[in-house]
Design a binder for this molecule. Structure first.
Ligand SMILES: Nc1ncnc2c1ncn2[C@@H]1O[C@H](COP(=O)(O)OP(=O)(O)OP(=O)(O)O)[C@@H](O)[C@H]1O
Ligand SMILES: [Mg+2]
Length: 360
């Protein structure tokens, strides 16, 4: 496995180098979340293994990793839901083990499972939470009105929750989690199981809400495009360990090869992978089955030209070909030696079902 990219994670440094990425949080801001050498053991099994990171105020921080990586366990420890085996977590300066109530007052949590009450209306679900969190009666209506507007559910306020689509229900739960004005918002896989249109709607909504409410957001996901688009910085976790942490751009830049060629061939000979490896500037080749290869290269156009010439010369038909910039997929493979897509397919098959009733 490659050495983890765990240097000094100042997203602004990589941003100013590239001139393309502009973090909207202040990298010199105080830490909203501090996690140091945190460990969670279940008997002999270590679910979270010595993880440390800081999240700055105003940052959107992503925890990215496959099923069972330890993402939910990390969130549960940070949000006081389960005890920490060793190490510590501070939320807005409060040690979660020593001052759990003070920590809880500053946070909103959206757990992985959907938890809104199906028999209540949208507004009733919001109201119950507002009362639970002692939001004063006169502020309640204002906060609920504002949040329903932000998640685009105003016209559904009197609808029974059971009539909402999965995406709308998720949006309701996000609004509900903010009704007491938390400063730090934890979301555990808010878009898993949603269709692509609903996923984009949730992303856009989170961006709006973050600006409106000046939140710090910690979000877990196994969608790379989501992490890439939403997060100021990303921590990749695998088997309970932190394997890389940086801005999406810096993570992609840390992988050898700046372009990815995806090409599918008919009847490629047995030594094809090796021959692809031999093309100029190629840094790695991953066979993906059904004649498909993912070729990382430092020079997309030169490698592509040589690849096509080699295929023509060898009479190996090219069925499809695309050249892209490297993605977080490549980052994941680089640091873990595995494809996140494969991990998810093992767990889910080809579709991502909703997982109601599951943890936490
Ligand atoms: N209460 C528990 N007792 C024993 N093992 C547990 C418990 N909770 C979680 N684990 C194990 O800890 C590991 C991390 O689980 P966790 O739920 O944190 O993963 P995750 O990254 O959130 O995965 P997913 O993407 O499936 O939600 C898994 O191997 C899981 O089986
Ligand atoms: Mg989880």
């Amino acid at each position: 496995m490659a050495e983890a990219n765990l240097g000094n994670h100042d997203a602004s440094a990589s941003a100013s180098n590239s001139g393309l990425e502009k973090p909207i949080y202040d990298p010199n801001a105080p830490s909203a979340i501090e996690v140091q050498h945190i460990v969670k053991k279940y008997g002999d099994f270590t679910a979270v293994d010595d993880v440390s990171f800081n999240v700055k105020e105003g940052e959107i921080f992503g925890l990215l990793g496959p099923n069972g990586a330890g993402k939910s366990t990390l969130i549960r420890m940070m949000t006081t839901l389960i005890p920490i085996t060793s190490g510590y977590a501070r939320i807005a300066g409060h040690d979660v083990a020593k001052e759990p109530n003070a920590a809880r007052r500053t946070i909103g949590v959206i757990p992985q499972a959907l938890t809104s009450d199906l028999d209540l209306t949208v507004e009733e679900n919001m109201n119950i939470y507002a009362k639970l969190y002692d939001v004063p009666a006169k502020e309640r209506k204002k906060s609920i009105d504002e949040l329903l507007e932000l998640v685009d559910l105003t016209k559904w306020r009197n609808a029974a929750t059971k009539t909402l689509s999965g995406g709308m229900r998720r949006r309701l739960e996000i609004a509900r989690g903010l009704v007491h004005h938390p400063r730090i918002f934890f979301l555990d896989e808010p878009t898993t199981g949603l269709d692509p249109v609903s996923r984009v709607a949730v992303w856009e909504m989170l961006g709006n809400i973050k600006e409106h409410r000046q939140l710090t957001i910690l979000i877990t996901t196994h969608y790379m495009d989501e992490a890439d688009r939403l997060c100021d910085r990303i921590a990749i976790v695998d088997h309970g360990k932190l394997v890389a942490l940086d801005s999406p751009m810096a993570l992609k830049a840390s992988v050898p090869g700046s372009n990815v060629i995806e090409a599918q061939f008919d009847n490629a000979p047995a030594d094809w992978e090796q021959r692809l490896h031999g093309l100029s500037e190629v840094t790695s080749v991953q066979p993906e089955g059904a004649g498909m290869y993912r070729v990382l290269t430092d020079n997309g156009s030169r490698t592509t030209t040589e690849l096509v010439e080699m295929a023509v010369h060898s009479k190996v038909p090219v069925k499809s070909l695309s050249v892209q910039n490297t993605t977080l997929d490549d980052v994941f493979v680089h640091y873990t030696g595995r494809q996140l897509r494969d991990e998810l397919q093992k767990a889910y098959g080809y579709t991502m079902p909703q997982r109601p009733g599951l943890q936490p």
